[in-house]
Design a protein around this ligand. Structure first.
Ligand code: MG
Length: 383
């Protein structure tokens, strides 16, 4: 049984912004419609492939490698008329089935196309993907909620929509003869009495309408969000003094911490975690200890620099977790102000900043109160 595919790309929609209709705007290295065409071309037993275009777009389409071998058909005034033009182009040598797909849905998968075809092969006269509606649905009048729709049994319509060819052509001819329009081919088929089987749709199979949809599609194409994790570890020894600086907060103690800068072991571990997540070395690489200008420096400078590197590399900080290891001073009473200080330096809400402490049960150098150790983890995400 032959199955033809029709990609409908004749619309002039520019709601997504930009000078070109959305299906001709670039998504990655190729126009949106090239992604859709490529998905169908990759299935060699689907033929012929028909691309319905606005007359102005024929030259653009001929330049696409994905359109090689496709039949280019001039669309009509409405989407329904464009589909009818494609069906008429197939009518001389009719296929058994036809799949009709929106050119503005670039991320259609082979599995989804396969589900529609399988339903047709099992005898359905029409089959289309639907995605269950999960958000509540409101009817809004004058900016206010006027009613709440029952979403049970509701699905959002997707494409490709598949049909037995002959009855769909008849249905579209009847619609056109009656001077009627239709939002999609399922509506045309149902008006002619055809039964439409619903197969599971895919959230990824989004229809590009707005600029935000382009961002979503790019994220999907690139395999979703990139996540990086970095760790940092630091130690400073106790020496003479009457306070220690931890996480940018001066904490009274009978000794101080020894170091080239202010010896803020917490902020050093955190900065190293951020540099580590970026694979950009550690504090010493960015602020060499041999450079006298960092002597006695407030370590907030280092953390702020690491955070600026995170932003410059296109990441944001999803969260940080810091553990200070010491017997004394007690950290817990100071933790809230430490969290606020780190949050201010990094521009993070306090629910993304964790500062906690532990003793080492009097074991080792921290147990003997020779110094303080700190361990940090940072998680970065992009975009
Ligand atoms: Mg240090």
């Amino acid at each position: 049984m032959t199955t033809a595919a029709v990609i409908v790309a004749a619309g002039r929609g520019t709601r997504a912004g930009g000078p070109l209709p959305k299906q001709w705007q670039a998504l990655g290295a190729r126009p949106v419609v090239a992604h859709a065409l490529g998905a169908f071309r990759a299935l060699p037993d689907l033929a012929p492939l028909v691309l319905v275009l606005h007359p102005d777009d024929f030259a653009r389409a001929r330049a696409l490698p994905e359109a090689a071998g496709a039949r280019l058909v001039s669309g009509g005034a409405t989407r329904a008329d464009s589909v009818l033009a494609a069906l008429e182009a197939l009518a001389a040598d009719p296929p058994a089935h036809v799949l009709i797909h929106d050119g503005a849905r670039p991320l259609v998968s082979a599995e989804l196309i396969g589900r529609v075809r399988a339903a047709l092969a099992e005898g359905a006269e029409a089959a289309a993907p639907g995605l269950p509606v999960t958000d509540a649905l409101w009817r809004v009048e004058g900016g206010r909620v006027a009613g709440i729709a029952d979403r049970s049994g509701l699905v959002a319509a997707q494409t490709p929509q598949g049909f037995a060819f002959a009855p769909l052509l008849d249905a579209h001819r009847a619609r056109s003869a009656a001077g009627q329009d239709a939002p999609d081919d399922v509506a045309v088929a149902r008006a002619a009495g055809m039964q439409v089987t619903v197969v599971p749709g895919e959230a990824r199979n989004l229809k590009i309408t707005t600029a935000g949809d382009f961002l979503r599609a790019i994220r999907e194409l690139e395999g979703g969000m990139e996540v990086r994790t970095g760790t940092g570890f630091d130690v400073h020894a106790f020496g003479p003094g009457d306070h220690v600086v931890l996480c940018g907060v001066a904490v009274p103690h009978e000794r101080g911490l020894v170091g080239h800068s202010d010896a803020d072991v917490g902020l050093h571990a955190l900065a190293d975690a951020l540099y580590g997540a970026l694979a950009e070395g550690d504090i010493g690489r960015h602020f060499p200890p041999s450079d006298p200008q960092w002597k006695g420096a407030a370590s907030e400078i280092f953390l702020a620099h690491a955070a600026a590197r995170v932003r410059a590399r296109g990441f944001r900080i999803a969260g940080i977790d810091l553990t200070l290891v010491c017997e004394r001073p007690k950290i817990a009473p100071h933790a809230p102000v430490m969290i606020a200080r780190i949050g201010a330096i990094l521009g993070l809400d306090r629910d993304r900043v964790s500062v906690k402490a532990t003793t080492s049960e009097r074991l080792g150098f921290t147990g003997r109160e020779e110094g303080i150790a700190a361990l940090a983890t940072a998680t970065l995400v992009a975009p």
